[in-house]
Design a protein. Structure first.
Length: 110
């Protein structure tokens, strides 16, 4: 039975990976409403901690994440969305939010 373990702020960590490549696209947070909307709509919804509101990925850019599968970890304190992105996943325009690696104490674009 699905029974997410939300933290003290009512959030659970969610990661999204590309359905075809397996690439990690983004990390965000979901509250119960975001998870329910994601399940109902088949598109990724999250809780924005910085904006303090619910948001649909791609609501302004059009770069929605179409959810193909939702998985939960063994403790049910993390959500994994396997998605087909309709464009870049990162708000910077990068395909993935993880477009830099740490090297020699700095960041290197990959």
């Amino acid at each position: 039975m699905l029974d997410p373990k939300y933290d003290a702020n009512g959030l659970v960590t969610a990661v999204a990976t590309h359905v075809e490549t397996g690439e990690l696209l983004m990390l965000a947070h979901m509250n119960a409403e975001a998870l329910a909307k994601t399940i109902e709509s088949g598109e990724a919804w999250f809780w924005s901690r910085s904006r303090g509101r619910l948001w649909k990925k791609g609501e302004t850019s059009g770069h929605v994440l179409s959810v193909r599968e939702i998985r939960v970890d063994c403790d049910q304190d993390a959500i994994w969305l396997i998605v087909h992105p309709a464009g870049p996943a990162c708000h910077t325009g990068e395909a993935s939010c993880f477009y830099r690696r740490v090297e020699d104490g700095g960041l290197v674009r990959i």
